[in-house]
Ligand binder design. Structure first.
Ligand code: CDP
Length: 222
């Protein structure tokens, strides 16, 4: 029997990673944060001094980098970088790394390999449209840009004291524009994905909704 694959896509700050992590715990399955992989490569570019507009250099780095998940944490060349990849510098640059076709091909290959190994929930931009288009569990998580900005601000304000809510909202909108307009697997809702507008929903409500949908339509929990 095929393994269970749950795809959670949506724009920046919609709550995908918080929700996916909780669902992975509830269902006892693995969690793959596909965005964390693009973030880790962006971190590598910055720490190696590679200019992101030099596409060839970014591709070369991508070929030689080691990115792995261990216990739902992300490792870059053997180092746990869960915290380092969540800075506003990475936020600012990641979409320009993620729009490079060759980078995407390498990442998607790896995401498919990991996803085939066990029951898994993946979150990102192209999970339901491109990485695993045949899974029957696809959700597109959305919320208003203001609410998404507010959530991201709450997450980052203690670490980066100078950042304002306004800057975060405009950064989120800019990233959504790049992600939605790029040529290779842009951010778009899969035709068969359930859309969830979480603007006025709590985290628990979203988690329960998705878990119920999955349980009703699979053998889990029988
Ligand atoms: O957490 P947040 O929604 O802000 O972002 P993320 O999921 O960590 O993704 C960071 C960036 O990686 C996105 O803005 C996209 O540019 C890119 N990404 C992508 O292109 N494809 C994916 N499957 C996941 C992320």
């Amino acid at each position: 029997m095929r393994n269970l694959i749950i795809a959670i896509d949506g724009p920046a700050g919609a709550g995908k990673s918080t929700i996916s992590r909780l669902i992975s715990k509830k269902l006892g399955i693995n969690y793959i944060d596909t965005g964390a992989m693009y973030r880790a490569l962006t971190l590598k570019c910055i720490s190696e001094g590679v200019d992101i507009s030099q596409t060839d250099k970014v591709i070369e780095l991508c070929k030689n980098v080691e990115i792995d998940f261990i216990d739902n944490s992300i490792y870059l060349d053997g180092e746990n970088v869960d915290n380092k990849i969540r800075s506003s510098e990475i936020n600012l640059n990641v979409s320009n790394v993620a729009k490079i076709k060759e980078v995407r091909e390498m990442m998607v290959k790896k995401q498919r390999e990991i996803g085939m190994r066990s029951d898994v929930i993946l979150d990102g931009r192209d999970v339901g449209t491109h990485i695993f288009p045949n899974t029957k569990f696809k959700f597109f998580l959305n919320a208003s840009p203001e609410e998404r900005g507010r959530r991201r601000y709450e997450e980052i304000k203690d670490k980066e004291k100078n950042i304002t809510l306004k800057e975060i909202i405009s950064g989120i909108k800019r990233r959504d524009d790049i992600d939605s307009s790029r040529e290779v697997s842009p951010l778009v809702k899969a035709g068969d994905a359930h859309e969830i507008d979480s603007t006025n929903m709590s985290i628990e409500e979203v988690v329960d909704y998705i878990v119920n949908e999955v349980k009703i339509n699979s053998k889990i929990g029988d």
